[in-house]
Design a protein around this ligand. Structure first.
Ligand SMILES: [Zn+2]
Length: 476
């Protein structure tokens, strides 16, 4: 180690110093009490620029939750080259990642994965197949959209968009491919998939990959607040709409219908509304959605880490990029849907009302399908619904999630998202890899007496979740 490096790593920084370095080209982060300058590394990061969500913040959870199966020595060596000092006060987390349970779990899952072999191209093949279906159905709507066939095709389009939501999900975790230049496609696939129906990838990534995955079911899981229909029924002790939980049993039964009705009117896409930032500004909630960020289980004053409403806080770099990202999401969505809308509306014997209905049905079916399964992923009779902000992180992730294995095909085409316990501890696996790892996870859970919710059929998971929801609403 050179003298210069020795001198730099001896520096001690406080949170004010970290916060000052929150821009794309000037990014510092904290992992386990050490301070790293990641500015130069961002473009070389194999997982893509999701790493920027750590800038100006504590990046411990994002680091831990996405590097469990990779070559840890290699990653740690790379990281130590970026260290510039330590944090005043040292480690700020109460969460443990190296318990006996987590060590056994990672070893067993690594072995299962090694037996399974690498499946690097599978994710790309799934994504391309879904895009091909999208193009085919879009062409079908172009030709037949003004007829009754249009309604049938719009339902199919809703199903395809739901799959695209999962491509976006997998891409934001870097799960589509981890091989060479293909890793860059994670971001491109995720962006095209999510933004084709108006969801801004950067904000979704923050709320899902950083907040939901890192802080599942704590008060810091801001994904609960970013999906509008979800706040009606997602269980959380800081829920602002808590009185509505008394109706959760009913809401749960009609979750798909409610989502269809609410989200069919896709607020970013013409002919509904395509100016969400303007509406947010008018309502005084800031130009962009700016989810709160707190280091769960941390001893840091959360006000030091929180992004301010106007985006001028520690997340300033996100705010700056976000304006561009927001505009891009609007542009991509409207570029896809406006021509189709105009075409259907201009067809003889058709009308703007009919074209609106076709789009409404496509978006509504997508939202209905997504919510249908989303609610089953973390609720069963036995799952832990509200997590503590300290303790064994791996155990918490498993005890707060549900694995459902309906069929090989559905698991592969959804990138293993229904195997939510596997997904939460190893989010960078694709469908067949998740299937291969699941029995090992179950065996280690049995051995350590960790609660593991597994259902071989969606129907069973559904009735278990319903029981819990009904019991929960009676106790409100
Ligand atoms: Zn995820």
């Amino acid at each position: 180690m050179s003298l210069y490096e020795t001198k730099r790593t001896r520096q001690v920084f406080d949170w004010q110093d970290i916060r000052d370095h929150h821009r794309k080209n000037d990014a510092w982060t904290v992992i386990h009490g050490n301070v790293y300058d990641i500015s130069e590394f961002v473009s070389r990061h194999p997982g893509g620029d999701v790493i920027l969500h750590c800038a100006g913040h504590d990046g411990t959870i994002l680091y831990e939750s996405h590097h469990s199966l990779v070559d840890r020595n290699m990653v740690d060596t790379r990281l130590s080259g970026l260290q510039i000092g330590t944090l005043k006060g040292g480690e700020v987390h109460n969460v443990q990642y190296d318990t006996e349970f987590s060590k056994d779990l990672i070893t067993a899952c690594r072995e299962a994965l090694a037996r399974h072999g690498r499946r690097e191209k599978e994710g790309v093949i799934v994504a391309l197949s879904v895009y091909a279906m999208h193009v085919g159905t879009y062409a079908g709507l172009w030709v037949f959209g003004h007829t009754w066939w249009g309604l049938l095709l719009s339902v199919a389009m809703g199903g395809i968009l739901a799959l695209e939501h999962l491509i976006g999900h997998a891409g934001s975790h870097g799960a589509i491919s981890r091989r060479g230049w293909l890793t860059k496609l994670n971001y491109v696939f995720a962006m095209l998939s999510m933004e084709s129906y108006g969801m801004c990838l950067r904000h979704w990534t923050f709320s899902h990959v950083v907040s939901h995955h890192g802080y599942s079911y704590t008060e810091n899981d801001c994904m609960l607040e970013t999906h509008l229909p979800a706040r009606f029924w997602r269980l959380n002790h800081s829920q602002p709409w808590k009185p509505l939980h008394a109706f959760q049993g009913y809401l749960f039964r009609f979750r798909s219908l409610i989502s269809f009705l609410v989200s069919g009117c896709r607020f970013r896409v013409f002919p509904f509304v395509c100016a969400e930032p303007l509406i947010r500004a008018a309502l005084g909630t800031g130009w962009i959605p700016n989810p709160k960020f707190m280091a769960s289980g941390s001893t840091v004053d959360p006000r030091l880490l929180e992004a301010s409403h106007n985006g001028m806080g520690p997340h300033q770099f996100v705010a700056f990029d976000s304006v561009f990202d927001e505009l891009r999401a609007h542009a991509i969505a409207n570029l896809v849907w406006v021509p189709l809308f105009m075409h259907i509306a201009n067809e003889r014997s058709s009308s703007a009302m009919w074209a609106t209905m076709i789009l409404y049905a496509s978006f509504g079916v997508q939202a209905g399908l997504v919510i249908q399964n989303l609610l089953l992923q973390h609720v069963s009779e036995h799952t832990v619904l509200v997590q503590s902000t300290s303790g064994d992180w791996y155990r918490q992730q498993i005890e707060g999630s549900v694995d459902i294995y309906d069929s090989w095909l559905s698991t592969v085409f959804t990138y293993g998202v229904s195997l939510q316990c596997v997904h939460h501890i190893f989010p960078h696996l694709n469908g067949t890899e998740a299937i291969a790892v699941r029995p090992a996870l179950e065996a280690v859970c049995d051995q350590h007496r960790v609660l593991y919710s597994y259902f071989a059929r969606t129907r069973q998971a559904e009735s278990s979740a319903l029981k819990r929801m009904e019991a929960f609403s009676k106790n409100v």
